[in-house]
Design a protein around this ligand. Structure first.
Ligand SMILES: Cc1ncc(COP(=O)(O)O)c(C=O)c1O
Length: 370
């Protein structure tokens, strides 16, 4: 038996995650296959109502993926060519990509070294005369400093938008993320906290005009079939995704609680070691469990892999270092982003992960750091 077959711990084990609800998922999938209704329709409408209720928003509009959700949101907020949008330098590329897709320019802001989220002081310092909005990201499932960020937006007349791709179900002062900005966006990429079975996305808002604009844009700029008000997109959620997400939505609090439990186990095991791990914060829902290693990160990652333990680097390059942003947003100096991108390592975390799996990951990590 090789070392690899002893441990087989992926970043996310979807089988273990779905095991308790597998039968319900299969029943729902079969029901939809037999219904013959695959685009929009009842399942999508029911999902939109249920997810709006869960998140505490007036309107929820589903779409094809989290990137489209951002593009539709930026359009609905009136962002376009000539505008600048402040955002974090440490996020998945889609956040900046969406800003560029609507013809605007990202203004990259450095992050707080403990939370990996945008630093509100840096945010205020980075505002230019062309800035129209702030697109905040709640990275790894931890809500950003929304009170401070909202205050910056209010002082400078900026629109607040939220990229909640990684924070489905996380709250800030008892309100779910996505409700603080004019609009909030979500992704249902399979590994996300509310992960689907393919691509999917969502926009929430409590502003009727913004909701109507998004609803029209996601469906070819049409509010009434075959009548088109503007050029929009084909960005709809499939009935199959909506139906399966309805099944998972009923369990999202339990899934997030299990992630928090895993994080607590990691915390207990990593205490007193050189590993810098996320502080216990009650509103963190741990889309990722990301630690910082003082040295040897890439070597440790390889050694974990050789023992059959997955790990991932989110993200190896801050946005200012991405080739796609050369000449657009490459002039920013983001020392915290750059430092963390060289030392961060995300460890396996998923609902259904066992205590013994966490022990194996933590003990191997500690051993391989020496
Ligand atoms: C912060 C962030 N924004 C946007 C997206 C884009 O979502 P999707 O992959 O559904 O297009 C992701 C997905 O990884 C993300 O992590």
């Amino acid at each position: 038996m090789t070392q690899n077959s002893i441990n087989n711990i992926p970043m996310v084990d979807v089988q273990a995650w779905h095991r308790p609800i597998q039968e319900r998922l299969e029943k729902k999938a079969l029901e939809i296959l037999r219904s013959g209704r695959f685009i929009m329709g009842e399942e999508v409408e029911a999902f939109e109502q249920e997810v709006a209720h869960y998140l505490g928003a007036k309107y929820a509009i589903s779409c094809a993926n989290g990137t489209d959700a951002l593009v539709l949101t930026l359009h609905a907020a009136g962002i376009g060519p000539g505008d600048e949008v402040l955002t974090t330098g440490f996020t998945f590329f889609a956040t900046a990509e969406a800003i560029m897709q609507v013809g605007a320019t990202p203004v990259l802001v450095d992050i707080d070294s403990e939370t990996f989220n945008i630093d509100p002081l840096e945010l205020e310092r980075s505002i230019t005369s062309r800035c129209k909005a702030v697109l905040v990201v709640h990275l790894f499932g931890l809500p950003a400093a929304l009170s401070e960020i909202q205050a910056v937006c209010d002082r400078h007349g900026l629109i607040l938008l939220e990229d909640c791709a990684q924070s489905f179900g996380a709250s800030y002062h008892s309100r779910k993320t996505g409700n603080f900005g004019l609009l909030g966006t979500f992704s249902f990429f399979p590994s996300k906290n509310l992960g689907g079975f393919g691509d999917g996305g969502l926009i929430i808002t409590s502003d009727l005009k913004a909701a109507e604009t998004v609803r029209m844009l996601r469906n070819h700029g049409s509010a009434c079939q075959y009548y088109h008000e503007c050029a929009g997109y084909n960005s709809r959620l499939d009935a199959l995704q909506a139906g399966l997400l309805r099944v998972k939505l009923k369990h999202i609090d339990e899934f997030n609680a299990q992630r928090r439990k895993v994080a607590q186990w990691y915390r207990e095991l990593l205490k007193g070691t050189e590993v810098i791990f996320p502080e216990d914060r009650e509103n963190h829902i741990y889309h990722q469990y990301t630690v910082v290693l003082p040295s040897g990160r890439d070597m440790v990652k390889k050694r974990l892999a050789s023992k059959g333990i997955a790990s991932a680097i989110y993200y190896p390059l801050p946005l200012n270092k991405q080739r796609a942003l050369v000449g657009v947003a490459s002039e920013y100096e983001l020392p915290v982003c750059e430092q963390l991108s060289e030392h961060c390592l995300s460890l396996p975390i998923f609902p259904g992960m066992t205590n013994s799996q966490v022990e194996t990951v933590a003990s191997t990590l500690i051993k391989e750091m020496c």
